[in-house]
Ligand binder design. Structure first.
Ligand code: ZN
Length: 423
């Protein structure tokens, strides 16, 4: 297993730009471990963020460690391994234990593979005790699911306890071993999968190569070819698979351009670091919900996402809903205030946002983006400007903010609607 290389806090510049895992230490104590597709950018970003209650520990960091990996998947697996090993204090504080993800591998004859938050509990609604091994903890669900999706194509496995007599949907996709698997082969596959998940890629590849040679020496060319394809696919996935899709990093250069532009545009000297974007979802005013998403230095920070269920009745309308959400949001001074807010809408929406903010004795600039033509409305300017006329990095950031707010509002709205429809 590779080990950390440590640098002084001042030596951030020397960090590599490759994927891998990084660690923050206070003398000998591990404070935090994270993964990145670009270690240098990610670590720099931590220190560029304004200090809030939940990242105060950054002040205590004295040394920064890193381990380069060959791929994002390797970084993901290594991060889980190292968090388990060192139990850094702030990994645990940031998300309480229940939020971690684990891969479960059942110990029965036809092993199943699943993802769970609770590695020790019995599976719900089953009377028997589930005997399983667990790998983890993983910090994020999305890249983990993505990784398993890739690996399942190479090492097909079951997710259900009993397979029906006929091939299932997953069989047809080549993800399931089928109704009558060769149990010996299946066990071997699972063993390889588990080894890969535990970071033992090299030994898995070595074993597979040996098996391939054996098969071909026994003139079982079909099997040898199958294993050859497995090796090829595994190497490819481990080297190239992109699984860290979520956090879009803005490059240093782009970020500086964005800053320069926004300051000029908003006539302020303040850094525009924290931006909140708002969106509203409703169908004819029913189960109306609002969302607030937060980007810090161009990166979504889910610690500062909020959902609002619109309370006002009857017949809520856009303008009134924006007023309600913003009044409620700015009634929470413990949520650090943003440097800029973006709302969905046109002139009327912008005006109500401005008056709501100034009613709270605050001066926070607001802008509004009208969906239809992507027109941007700005304070003190009579006519909107077309978004596409802005510099590309600014244009991209504003669209990302809008899309993320929209996605987040819609998810919550659909959840509430489902609840409502189910009574
Ligand atoms: Zn199947």
């Amino acid at each position: 297993m590779k080990s950390f290389i440590f640098l002084k806090k001042e030596e951030v510049k020397k960090l590599p730009k490759s994927p891998g895992v990084y660690a923050f230490k206070k003398s000998r104590e591990f404070l935090y471990i994270g993964k990145a597709s670009n270690i240098k950018e990610r670590v720099k970003n931590h220190f560029q963020q304004p200090v809030y209650r939940n990242n105060l520990f950054l002040n205590q960091v004295s040394r920064i460690g890193f381990i380069e990996t060959e791929s994002e998947i390797e970084a993901l697996l290594l991060e889980a391994h190292l968090i388990k090993k060192y139990q850094p204090k702030y990994n645990v504080v940031w998300r309480d234990d229940k939020n971690f993800f684990y891969i479960g591998i059942t110990k029965d004859a036809l092993t199943r593979v699943f993802i769970t938050h609770q590695p020790t509990k019995n599976l719900k609604a089953t009377s028997y005790k589930l005997q399983a091994n667990y790998i983890g903890p993983f910090v994020e669900g999305k890249p983990l699911k993505q990784t398993l999706r890739f690996l399942r194509r190479i090492f097909p496995y079951y997710t259900a306890k009993k397979h029906k007599k006929n091939p299932c949907t997953y069989c047809h996709l080549g993800l399931c071993p089928g109704p009558n698997p060769n149990t010996k082969e299946y066990k071997k596959n699972i063993k390889n999968l588990v080894s890969v998940l535990k970071g033992k890629r090299k030994s898995v590849l070595k074993n597979l190569k040996r098996e391939m040679k054996l098969a071909s020496s026994l003139q079982d060319f079909e099997k040898a070819a199958r294993i050859r394809d497995q090796i090829k696919a595994l190497k490819k996935v481990l080297a190239y698979a992109k699984i860290f899709g979520a956090a879009k990093l803005v490059s240093e250069k782009d970020w500086q351009e964005i800053q320069k532009y926004l300051k000029n545009f908003l006539k302020t000297k303040k850094q525009i670091s924290k931006i909140e974007a708002y969106d509203i979802s409703n169908i004819q005013g029913k189960q109306a919900t609002g969302s607030m998403v937060t980007f810090i230095n161009g990166i979504p920070d889910k610690n500062f996402y909020r959902k609002f269920r619109i309370k006002m009745t009857p017949k809520p309308n856009d303008i009134a809903m924006i007023k309600e959400i913003l009044s409620r949001r700015f009634g929470h001074p413990e949520w650090p205030f943003p440097d800029l807010i973006l709302i969905d809408g046109g002139k009327a929406q912008l005006n109500v946002a401005r008056s709501t903010i100034s009613n709270q004795q605050l001066t926070i600039p607001a802008i509004a983006l009208a969906k239809k033509r992507n027109e941007l409305y700005i304070e003190n300017k009579k006519n909107p400007i077309l978004l596409k006329t802005l510099p590309r990095p600014v244009f991209k950031l504003i669209l990302q903010l809008r899309d993320e707010a929209h996605r987040f509002a819609l998810t919550y709205h659909l959840k509430l609607r489902k609840k409502f429809l189910l009574g």
